[in-house]
Every structure is written in structure tokens, then in C-alpha cells.
Design a protein. Structure first.
Length: 257
């Protein structure tokens, strides 16, 4: 085979590959556009993380259900209230049923075996991506404005986990260094979706979800974080003295008769 024939053959293979890729991408884009199965997947995955967060907290099954439900629907509920529309899980009770069943199953499965952490991290990244883009899309549909659309997307993606951590009495994970670009990935995907919508770019669902997954999973893999705020020595000394004074005052307190 001559070099010209080889080049022509490679060009045909490349063209066929590109045609197949864009055909697949178009099909993916159509299936992703506000798909109820995606919302169910996101809600179920978020509920699982809510149940797992209660491990070693000595919480009963009712508390588990509350945590799972709040984690699964919290972000979307805040979004819908801000947009002044009917709350999504109230309109579609099937989400509540799915979350309750998921919480029960997760509660009993984790008593038998331990779910792989990496698998849950990947599933959680997908839930974050789906929820963020769905929230951004819904805000645009209701003419919330560009800035508000980004905010609604991020709130939909991360607020459920924040409510879960508040209920557990801990610092929300999105504020911790070890969470690895959680809210950052959500913000980047929401901004990309809004820009794609403004400029009428194709594949905005696929690209936005892909960017969130890439940032989130890549950050977990290589432990990428934002710069952390460090208190100076004077602040640390003041905090230590305040803690010591509080401890000593508690030790001198005597019970009243």
C-alpha cells in the first residue's frame, strides 16, 4: 500500500470515527435532557450518602430515614422554594418512595457488609453532576437570570449534603479541605451550562455533566483542593487561651442546692 493510499484510508477511518462519536454524543445529549431516571438516580445516590454519614452516630432507623430524605431532596427543595414553584418531590411522590426504599435497603445492607468507598465517591460525583445541571436548567426555564441560574444549580447539587451535616452537628463537608473540589466542580459545571445556553452551543448537558465529573473524580484521584485558610499564631494562641479559660471555669462550677 502506497503512502497516499494509507493516508486516504486513515482519513476515512477518522471520518467514520468522528461520525460515530458525534452520533453517540447526540443520542447521549437527548437522553440526558431533564430525564426523570437521572433525577431518580441522583436522589437515590444522595440518600445513600445520607445514610452512610450516620454510621457510628447511634441513630435509629427513623433518624436514618430523615437524614437520607433530607440529603436526597434538600437541594432541590430549596431551589424550588426560591423559584416559587411546586416542590419537585411533592409533585412526584415516586421520588419519596424511591428514597425511603433506598434508605431501608442501605441501612440493612451496611449492617451485613461494607460498601466500597471509591464506588460511592464515583456515584456521588454523578449525583452532584446531574443535580447541578438539572437545577441550572430549571432556573433558566423559569427565567431566574444568569447569576441566579448558577446559584440554583450549585444549591441543588450541594445543599442536601450541607443540611445532612448540620443535622448531624458537624461542619458541612463542602467547607472542609478533604472534600476535594465538591462545590467548585458544581460551580464550574453550572457556569458552563449557562454559557452554553447563552451562546446556543450544542451538547450543553453532556459537556456540563462531563466537566463536573472530570473535576470531581480527578480531584479525588489526585487529592486536589483549594487553598486553605490558616489562622495566624496570635489567633491560635487566643483560641487556646479561651478554651483553657472555659475549661477551668467549668471545673470550678459547683452544683446548686
Amino acid at each position: 500500500m502506497e503512502s497516499s493510499d494509507l493516508i486516504l484510508w486513515l482519513q476515512k477511518v477518522l471520518d467514520a470515527g468522528l461520525v460515530f462519536f458525534f452520533h453517540w454524543l447526540t443520542s447521549l445529549e437527548q437522553s440526558l435532557r431533564h430525564s426523570p431516571p437521572l433525577e431518580h438516580f441522583g436522589a437515590i445516590t444522595a440518600a445513600i450518602t445520607g445514610v452512610l454519614a450516620a454510621r457510628n452516630k447511634k441513630i435509629d432507623i427513623f433518624g436514618i430515614l430523615v437524614l437520607g430524605f433530607v440529603t436526597g431532596v434538600g437541594g432541590g427543595t430549596i431551589r424550588d422554594i426560591c423559584l416559587n414553584v411546586q416542590v419537585w418531590w411533592v409533585v412526584q411522590p415516586s421520588f419519596t418512595i424511591s428514597i425511603v426504599i433506598t434508605c431501608f435497603l442501605t441501612f440493612f445492607i451496611t449492617r451485613i457488609t461494607r460498601l466500597p468507598r471509591k464506588l460511592l465517591d464515583v456515584a456521588d460525583a454523578f449525583a452532584l453532576a446531574f443535580f447541578t445541571v438539572i437545577g441550572t436548567w430549571k432556573a433558566i426555564e423559569y427565567d431566574a437570570g444568569i447569576v441566579n441560574a448558577v446559584m440554583m444549580g450549585v444549591i441543588t447539587g450541594v445543599a442536601g449534603g450541607m443540611l445532612r451535616d448540620v443535622f448531624l452537628g458537624t461542619i458541612p463537608n463542602v467547607f472542609r479541605q478533604g472534600i476535594y473540589l465538591y462545590a467548585t466542580a458544581s460551580t464550574a459545571g453550572a457556569i458552563l451550562y449557562v454559557c452554553s445556553d447563552i451562546w446556543n452551543l450544542p451538547y450543553k448537558w453532556s459537556l456540563s455533566i462531563g466537566v463536573i465529573l472530570l473535576l470531581r473524580i480527578g480531584a479525588i484521584r489526585w487529592k486536589l483542593t483549594l487553598p486553605e485558610y490558616h489562622a495566624d499564631e496570635e489567633d491560635e494562641q487566643n483560641q487556646a487561651q479561651g478554651a483553657a479559660a472555659h475549661s477551668s471555669a467549668g471545673g470550678r462550677r459547683t452544683p446548686a442546692d
